[in-house]
Design a protein around this ligand. Sequence first.
Ligand code: SF4
Length: 371
Amino acid sequence: MAKHIYCHIPFCAAKCPYCDFYSESGRDNSVIQDVFSAMRDELRSLENPDRVETIYIGGGTPSFVNSRLICFLLDTIRETNSVRPGAEITIEVNPSSMSYDKAVEYRDAGINRVSAGIQSLHDDHLKTLGRLHDAKGAEECLRDIRKAGIENISADLIIALPGQTTDDVVEDLNKLAELGVKHISTYSLSIEKGTPFYRRYSDNIEDLVPPEKEREMYHAVRDELVKLGFIPYEISNSCLPGYESRHNSSYWEGEEYFGIGAGAHGYIDGRRYMHVNDIGQYIKDPLGTDTEEILDDESKMREYPFLKLRTTEGMNLDEFKRRFSADAEEIFGDAIKANIQKGLLIKEDGFLRLTRSGIDWSNKVFEDFLC
Ligand code: SF4
């Protein structure tokens, strides 16, 4: 049924002022334990004939909860699924809730990939973001993970922060490479409705990095990553050869996955669902969903270019034909021609890819394929 499992741990030590992901802070241990028991119940209800190839424990902040609960979750996954030896098992961590001992416990539980929310290696920018760690703590966290024997480390960075220069980010990238990080995800700051940042910046928009400057920074970051030997394999993700995220790549392939936990999204049997963003409700009904959408063949076909064009490899036109028994150039003829003419798409070696400026206008290009 699915080779991939995503588990959402909806707890954080404190809410960052820019974040609109579903997570809660200030919950006591008994509630946290109840959520893990509900996740066990959800996992026990699954029937999965497929061997699991990737598990991703995200959040929220999974490293915020006691590592015994993470081990419990992984044990339950193994009890209810057949997990392939060598499966990629990732956990997201924050420097403020990590330690060498925790990294050892994760390694012993079979976790072989860590994604660290570093965001910046500059104290002033971390302060702007309201993060609980400083640059020294972030570096220590990465050293601890390596010392524990986990080599496959990814770091998240936020770029285009108020007052941040391209040199600041380039410095961060070099430091991360020096610290042995194998995968780097860079996201430009986006101001989401309902967050404290939205209130802070809606009347002070001039404090934000202007869009042209943000794009310049984005491309400078990609160029620097290439200099450092990283391969930008997706719009926001780059890695050293062989260190692509297998879990995230499955999303861009349109593969199905279970989404476990309050606020988790899943995609099974052509049904996309989301669990309710409410831990009380989730504890009562771990199988309940908040939204559900059935993807028919037409929707899957329209969504496929949107997923594949995010990748540097692009969309293979023969693969499209094999999957959907249809010719992409006939179905999307107008969108393809118009975007090639605008210089946003390129067709080469049987693939359709975004150009450098196509990346800047990617949302516009994707929209043309969806309608
Ligand atoms: S730690 Fe991560 S998930 Fe939690 S509030 Fe901050 S950005 Fe959001």
